[in-house]
Design a protein around this ligand. Sequence first.
Ligand SMILES: NC(=O)c1ccc[n+]([C@@H]2O[C@H](COP(=O)([O-])OP(=O)(O)OC[C@H]3O[C@@H](n4cnc5c(N)ncnc54)[C@H](O)[C@@H]3O)[C@@H](O)[C@H]2O)c1
Length: 437
Amino acid sequence: MNICVIGTGYVGLVTGSVFADLGNEVICVDKNEAKVAMLRRGEMPIYEPGLEEMVARNVADNRLCFTSDTEEAVERSEVVFICVGTPPKENGDPDMTYVEEAAISIARALNRYKVVVNKSTVPVGTGNMVRELIEVNRRRNVDFDVVSNPEFLREGSAINDTLYPDRIVIGAPNHTVAMKILELYAPLERPMLITDVASAEMIKYASNAFLATKISFINAIANICEAAGADVVQVMKGMGYDHRIGAAFLQAGLGYGGSCFPKDSMALIQTAEKFGYDFHLLKSVVQVNREQVMRFMDRMERVMQGFQGKRIAVLGLAFKPNTDDLREAKSVEVIARLLSSGATVRAYDPIAMEKTREIFPNIHYAENAYDAAEGADGLVVVTEWNEFRFLNMDRLKSAMRGATIFDGRNIYDPLRMRRMGFDYHCIGRPTGRNRSE
Ligand SMILES: NC(=O)c1ccc[n+]([C@@H]2O[C@H](COP(=O)([O-])OP(=O)(O)OC[C@H]3O[C@@H](n4cnc5c(N)ncnc54)[C@H](O)[C@@H]3O)[C@@H](O)[C@H]2O)c1
């Protein structure tokens, strides 16, 4: 099938590459010409394991190409995927400008029947909005259909998630269109749900809001555990064995970040409001998430007796492991507060340092975790990269000036850390220290 993918970010680039790998002819479009130039040179604008090889393979086989000419790409395709960003506006609504622009470009290039598939995360009703925009702006009276096919991939495992999704949701206005998109996904042999457009749009937000709820829930439980002397890791295990609950997204920590959960929760609250429903449950989820990192920083500041003049090592900058994405990353909040309180920061992340440099040009970027720890009074783990789990703690300790570790992701064993002589602080687990700290 001839496919056009508008937007070559995490979703568009991965979707386009996987469809090409399945034997389709794919043109990926981005209005960012620098990005297109990079991709044409074989350089990836984002870090995603396995992506570079997949792109190279399909470019070499002439199944995948890149352009910034949307109209030409749309003209040549029978299915057009919209994968542009929907970033949050100040009030929490998603900014729909990019989706609108994409719809207008599609309208102008409409030369024969096409299926327009929206993969961006958009509020319920967007399918109708895209349909109307195309109707009003098309130059020829050519027919088309609009489908919602929300994306559930996770950064860091995006290719695997696209090849082996738990489910594929196709929200279509009629059976014939649904079958066309189903045919595209058929080689994956994964469960598919065919539904109406509005329900498909809602499934995406409801899923993300539910996962965010699990995270805030376990963080709230962790905060109670901390005061009560219980261990949230044990509590989580005990809950997770219950198949009705499941252990996924029940790790206590600094809260959720990234380009999806924070913005999608806010967007759903706004949507609910527009339909006259006060979604106070989800508002609390957002509130717990906002407070979580502040609570931890307050504790750090108390333990360190203020940050003024202290040198703090920050391990992990990306919003989660295996990505370079810094959108709504907890590291940004942590570093901003450390700097504004007079600390100096030595940071290390395996992948995300270049992007962090754009936000904090004046902190020290270390070669590795040990280099970050050099002369540090305290060290904070912000992102649970696997390599941080296997550090040589003796080496880390001798690099530091102090011995205080704040584990914002509960990756170390409190008992072992204490035995090694660290002043160890984590989330929702007893550390054998006076609980009033
Ligand atoms: N990143 C994720 O993990 C993820 C997962 C599921 C769903 N989503 C959703 O998918 C959508 C895309 O997310 P992303 O992370 O890939 O975004 P992104 O910001 O990484 O990429 C979006 C790309 O679209 C391009 N673009 C914007 N307007 C354009 C236009 N009119 N024509 C051509 N290109 C245009 C931008 O230049 C950018 O390269 C969002 O709605 C997001 O919520 C993201």
